[in-house]
Write a protein that binds this ligand. Structure first.
Ligand SMILES: NC(=O)c1ccc[n+]([C@@H]2O[C@H](COP(=O)([O-])OP(=O)(O)OC[C@H]3O[C@@H](n4cnc5c(N)ncnc54)[C@H](OP(=O)(O)O)[C@@H]3O)[C@@H](O)[C@H]2O)c1
Length: 404
């Protein structure tokens, strides 16, 4: 039997009263106000949220039913029972979920080839706690607002281990941009960039989800920042967040521009595109340059997932410049995650960090609203149309919770 504590109203049950929680969360700096609340230990599978609005017994979620990098082929919408959280878990009603380039790597089974479909899609969400287990209740209560980086986010509700949840002061989409995109830029540059004041940093896909943060963190480190993008609108946005030299590669030749304007080479590259862009970036490195492989999106839609790369002379190029190529994969750096989130949330609160969100307002069929809009949002990103982090609004604000 589940040990979940499910808050309910309107039914006869033995109430337990918990109270007096105080203090400040060390991760987010969120002040946890003293409060008293009532939980019900009847282990019911059907439950209601803390203000009494009923949670439906069924919900929609996106499930990978066939491995493919074509998201629409791989993923289908299913209606299932709302899951019951385990002892150390939260049940989160998702308000917003984030789209990541790797959603199609995941649907192609490239993360863990031993995992076979069906499995749940989506990496990150933000919303409100609507149910929780007994152990989880030592730290959280129904109505808390949390964000999380974990699997199964493309759903109306997701079970999240309480230890992986990030308390947030409100369900703002900006916080969602930090969970994967911001954390990747923050940790990769800190741990692998070795940035020094006055160095030159090149960020590819600079106006996207993670690129926007790499630009800002490199600028904060006192570097000269170059950012690539595909439109003048994105170039204008890059200027607005401090990028010294936005390059719209559809309007000017990237290789010629780098050669002409940066003859000494680039000290650090935050590289997300792969293929010919990676080759150009390697060729553009300065002596002792560092190239961080963040991704290779130009190959993700292919069968192999890997864009062609002529690497035969790579050892020579690296040796001649004492340069290095370093790979970065966020799940390998979870030891740095809490500090990164805490720091970024504080920067955002102080107005020191722009977290640009793209809800697809200008997309052909309009804003990304409802779980099924995830399909359109993935297409939109792969058409290179996004400016900032692509976010889908899964559910409207809860009328019972002013923090939403
Ligand atoms: N290593 C990690 O742990 C980690 C974590 C998060 C993200 N990433 C990587 O970071 C990169 C960006 O991911 P994201 O989720 O933040 O996406 P994003 O940057 O928000 O969106 C992708 C952008 O890539 C650019 N792009 C360049 N060539 C493209 C191509 N052939 N097809 C589609 N887009 C192309 C487009 O911008 P322009 O049109 O302006 O060029 C597009 O807007 C990806 O490589 C992803 O795998 C890695």
């Amino acid at each position: 039997m589940s040990r979940a504590l499910l808050a309910r109203n309107g039914r006869r049950a033995l109430p337990l009263i918990y109270g007096g929680r105080r203090g400040t969360d060390t991760l987010s700096g969120v002040h946890l106000a003293a409060r008293r609340f009532i939980v019900d230990m009847s282990y019911s599978a059907h439950f209601m949220d803390f203000k009494g609005s009923s949670i439906a017994s069924s919900m929609k979620k996106l499930v990978v039913t066939k491995l493919s990098p074509n998201f629409r082929e791989a993923v289908s919408t299913q209606t299932v029972a709302v899951p019951t959280p385990g002892d150390a878990d939260l049940l989160v009603r998702n308000r917003f979920v984030g789209i990541n380039a790797s959603d199609i790597n995941y649907s192609a089974g490239r993360y863990d080839p031993s995992v076979k479909p069906p499995f749940d899609a989506g990496f990150e969400g933000i919303g409100e706690v609507v149910g929780l287990g007994l152990s989880a209740s030592s730290r959280y209560t129904v109505g808390d607002t949390v964000a999380y980086f974990g699997s199964g986010a493309f759903a109306e509700c997701t079970v999240v281990p309480a230890k992986e949840a990030v308390p947030v002061p409100a369900v703002k989409p900006e916080f969602l941009t930090l969970l994967v995109s911001g954390a990747t830029a923050y940790i990769a540059l800190k741990r692998l960039g070795d940035l020094a004041k006055g160095e030159t940093v090149l960020v590819t896909a600079a106006a996207g989800g993670t690129g926007q943060f790499a630009v800002q963190f490199a600028k904060q480190a006192g570097c000269h920042v170059i950012g690539t993008c595909s439109t003048n609108e994105k170039a204008g946005f890059l200027k607005s967040i401090g990028c010294d030299r936005p390059i719209n590669y559809t309007a000017e030749d990237l290789a010629k521009t780098l050669k002409k304007e940066y003859p000494q080479g680039i000290d650090v590259v935050y590289e997300s595109v792969g293929g010919s862009v990676l080759e150009l970036a390697v060729n553009s490195l300065a002596n002792k340059g560092r190239l961080i492989v963040i991704g290779f999106i130009s190959g993700y839609q292919s069968a192999s997932g890997i864009p062609p790369f002529k690497g035969g002379t790579l050892p020579v190029k690296l040796l001649q410049k004492s340069a290095s190529i370093r790979g970065f994969f966020l799940p390998h750096f979870l030891g740095d995650y809490r500090e990164a989130m805490s720091s970024m949330i504080q920067m955002f609160a102080k107005g020191q960090l722009v977290c640009e969100v793209d809800f697809g307002d200008l997309a052909e069929e309009g804003k990304f609203v409802g779980l099924d809009a995830v399909f359109r949002a993935v297409d939109y990103m792969y058409a290179g149309r996004n400016l900032g982090k692509v976010v889908v609004e899964v559910a409207p604000p809860s009328v019972s919770n002013s923090k939403l």
